[in-house]
Design a protein around this ligand. Structure first.
Ligand SMILES: Cc1cc2nc3c(=O)[nH]c(=O)nc-3n(C[C@H](O)[C@H](O)[C@H](O)COP(=O)(O)OP(=O)(O)OC[C@H]3O[C@@H](n4cnc5c(N)ncnc54)[C@H](O)[C@@H]3O)c2cc1C
Length: 370
């Protein structure tokens, strides 16, 4: 019997194990090695905060490629969703922790089957894989932090989102009690009094999560979010059928022609009173091939000139979340600053975030920077 070790038990590792169990033609032993987060949840679905929602509607979140309604049907098993009208349920942006429950329940059915096991046996180890090397007998040897060694025929690396790299400009190994380097860590116990100011580094989806956490605590101090573009994620909307874009051969158009085509169709959509981000959505099935076909120079140009605009249109947030963010700005609770962070240093009462802005050098002082 073959052994397959999967390192990482977030979405990718969990669904690799589940799909092996569903589709393997021969008996196999699958060993999932996962640490830090509970099996199935990973970074994205490890949050316990009810305000942290999926950024994709339920109808598009089935984990099973061959069963598009699987997640919506699973939601029906939960009391809070059981009686929602079908159309409403499909469009709901559910809390990410509920999606973590879904992944865990999928894994659980195979790790602890009620009836006889199928061809594939799945075992789960809570441990860190620290090394993989060739084994003299021809297979591979996975070393775990606990000291245990796993002999295996195959290894799947599903190690996912790593903690953020240190900010450019910070001295190596910089740490400060008022600076949270990993926004996905458990930083709530480090929050200062809610009347004090907090600086958020970034203005994307993780900033929005952090903002929601602070607002749920009725934060009274200033919340200042800073990024190079100063752009905030756009809201989801009901789209229209639009089959005129992308043109055939879009995958190999190259950056300049593709941008021209996107801009043309954004204009046409605006002219129809529709949201131009529909053009970005229409590119979704093509993005991997487009990216592969770009030259290195095109990739660099995309990252410099277009990535910020692409991100806010492509990675949108649920409408109610967008409304809360906008309200926080209107009420003066959230301020967005455009600038490049080029340092963080300790100061009396907290940290000073150093910025390069269009107007020159600037700094923001906060009781906590995340
Ligand atoms: C905050 C956030 C929100 C997101 N929201 C959405 C969303 O709403 N919808 C959506 O489709 N996508 C969302 N995403 C994208 C999401 O990350 C991916 O869809 C997917 O969950 C990634 O799963 P993964 O298994 O590849 O990685 P991860 O979720 O990062 O899981 C990797 C796992 O491997 C473990 N691991 C790593 N190294 C080792 C090791 N050496 N030994 C043992 N275990 C190890 C980690 O501890 C972790 O548990 C979000 C991402 C983030 C960060």
């Amino acid at each position: 019997m073959k052994t397959i070790v999967i390192i990482g038990g977030g979405f990718s590792g969990t669904m690799t194990a589940v799909n092996l169990a569903r589709f393997a033609r021969q008996p196999a032993r699958v060993v999932m090695v996962n640490h830090r987060r509970p099996l199935g949840r990973g970074t994205a679905y490890g949050t316990r905060h009810p305000d942290h929602l999926l950024n994709v509607a339920a109808r598009n979140m089935s984990a099973l490629a061959d069963q598009g309604d699987h997640f919506v049907n699973w939601l029906r098993c939960r009391g809070e969703y059981a009686d929602l009208p079908e159309a409403e349920l499909r469009e709901t942006f559910v809390p990410r922790r509920v999606y973590g429950d879904y992944l865990r329940s999928l894994a659980f059915g195979y790790v602890q089957p009620i009836d006889e096991r199928g061809r594939v046996v799945i075992e789960a180890y809570e441990d860190e894989a620290v090394d993989v090397e060739s084994h003299h007998a021809g297979g591979l040897l996975v070393s775990l932090a606990s000291g245990e060694l796993l002999e295996t025929d195959h290894v799947v690396l599903a190690t996912g989102n790593q903690p953020p790299a240190p900010l450019a400009g910070l001295p190596e190994g910089f740490s400060h009690p008022c600076y949270v380097a990993d926004p996905w860590s458990d930083w709530e116990p480090r929050l200062p009094a809610p009347t004090l100011d907090v600086v958020l580094l970034g203005t994307g989806l993780t900033m929005v999560d952090t903002l929601l956490t602070l607002l749920s605590r009725d934060w009274q101090g200033k919340i200042i979010a800073v990024s190079r573009s100063g752009m905030l994620p756009l809201a989801h909307f009901r789209g229209i059928e639009y089959r005129d874009f992308p043109p055939s051969g879009a995958d190999a158009l190259g950056l300049t022609a593709l941008v021209a085509s996107v801009e043309e169709h954004c204009g046409l959509l605006r002219g129809r009173g529709a949201n131009p981000a529909i053009a970005i959505d229409r590119l979704r099935p093509h993005t991997q091939r487009i990216w592969k076909n770009f030259s290195l120079a095109e990739k660099q140009e995309f990252l410099c000139r277009y990535a910020a605009r692409w991100n806010i249109a492509r990675h949108r947030i649920a409408q109610p979340i967008h409304e809360r963010m906008t309200k926080a700005i209107d009420e003066g609770r959230l301020r967005v600053v455009r600038g490049t962070v080029d340092g963080v240093e300790g100061c009396a009462g907290g940290v000073r975030v150093l910025l390069a802005t269009d107007a020159g050098r600037d700094s923001l002082t906060a009781a906590l920077a995340i």
